[in-house]
Write a protein that binds this ligand. Structure first.
Ligand SMILES: NC(=O)c1ccc[n+]([C@@H]2O[C@H](COP(=O)([O-])OP(=O)(O)OC[C@H]3O[C@@H](n4cnc5c(N)ncnc54)[C@H](OP(=O)(O)O)[C@@H]3O)[C@@H](O)[C@H]2O)c1
Length: 279
């Protein structure tokens, strides 16, 4: 039938056009791709040995944002790798878990508007992970700054005062305190303010678009995810990362020994570390 034939030809041409377009965009972006900024000198070492050494030290950690997409996976990874003798979740609500795996978890429910009243929740942890964050669409500009800067910084301050020596912050690609974009400016500012606290070790993760099937509806982010999934499928990986790789990278990086006190893991570093950890 001519109509069906015409339809098939048109569809084929459209698909072909989009494939060429995606490959072209990926090749162009590849040209400008970030170079790897962090060199994992210890990567050759057996990560399992490093984990075992770390485990022997009976350290404890806390997670901020464990109910979120990254935080959830980070918790799973930490439980699976069992590198801490105690894990505390600090959040604004009690989370429900079922099964033996979770029975040793400690939960601290705090009011982020009155964090000073909850200083005890931040005491006695060796390592802190922060996957906290909201969006401007959800909280408004002021609310976004409050959560992504004020809550995060205050938590880091209390943790430092409570003895925490290692802080891992999930920030964002392009974070820059001088940026004209509120999102990137706030992310850059909180990075700088936490660095000034002087943790023995401060790891900043700057993922691009997080590739995750998010339950919450965020249409703009959904479109960006679809686009970057297609781009990353043809080899360009600087602007997005599967969320599992972020969680894996955060756990592996905890047991590595970086040369600097503050390290910045760009999207590509996160993907490299997250993938090698998954092997
Ligand atoms: N989405 C991306 O593509 C992308 C890309 C790069 C970087 N990042 C950054 O990565 C981090 C984690 O992102 P995600 O997508 O995994 O996070 P998410 O799923 O949105 O989860 C955010 C977490 O923050 C908590 N939170 C939000 N508003 C809060 C408030 N007002 N008071 C107390 N807690 C609050 C949430 O708690 P409840 O469950 O109680 O709400 C949840 O645990 C964020 O800082 C984000 O900006 C995201």
């Amino acid at each position: 039938m001519p109509v069906i034939k015409l339809l098939c030809t048109t569809l084929g041409k459209t698909l072909g056009f989009f494939t060429v377009l995606v490959v072209f965009i990926a090749a162009t972006l590849n040209y400008f791709e970030d170079s790897e900024t962090v060199k994992y000198t210890s990567m050759a070492e057996d990560i399992k040995t490093l984990e075992e050494n770390f485990r022997q030290q009976n350290k404890s950690c806390f997670i901020l944002g464990a109910s979120g997409e990254t935080g959830k996976l980070l918790l799973q990874e930490l439980l699976e790798h069992n590198i801490f003798s105690k894990i505390t979740l600090i959040g604004r609500r009690q989370l429900t878990f079922e099964g033996k795996t979770y029975e040793n978890l400690v939960q601290e429910v705090v009011d982020f508007e009155k964090l000073d009243d909850y200083a005890a929740a931040f005491q006695g942890h060796d390592v802190g992970y922060c996957c906290l964050g909201t969006t401007r669409a959800k909280a408004g500009a002021e609310g976004f700054v409050r959560v992504d800067h004020d809550y995060v910084l205050k938590s880091a301050e209390l943790a430092k005062a409570g003895g925490c020596t290692q802080f891992h912050l999930e920030s964002s690609r392009g974070a820059d305190k001088k940026s004209g974009f509120l999102y990137l400016k706030v992310k850059g500012q909180v990075e700088a303010d936490i660095e000034a606290l002087g943790f023995d070790r401060f790891a900043i993760y700057r993922p691009g678009v997080l590739l995750v099937d998010r339950q919450e509806s965020r249409p703009a982010e959904w479109m960006a995810r679809k686009f970057f999934s297609a781009i990353s499928a043809v080899g360009y990986r600087s602007m997005s990362v599967p969320i599992q790789e972020v969680a894996k990278a955060m756990v592996s990086n905890t047991v590595l020994q970086p040369e600097q006190k503050t390290e910045i893991l760009e999207n590509k570093d996160i993907a490299t570390l997250g993938k090698s950890a998954g092997k």
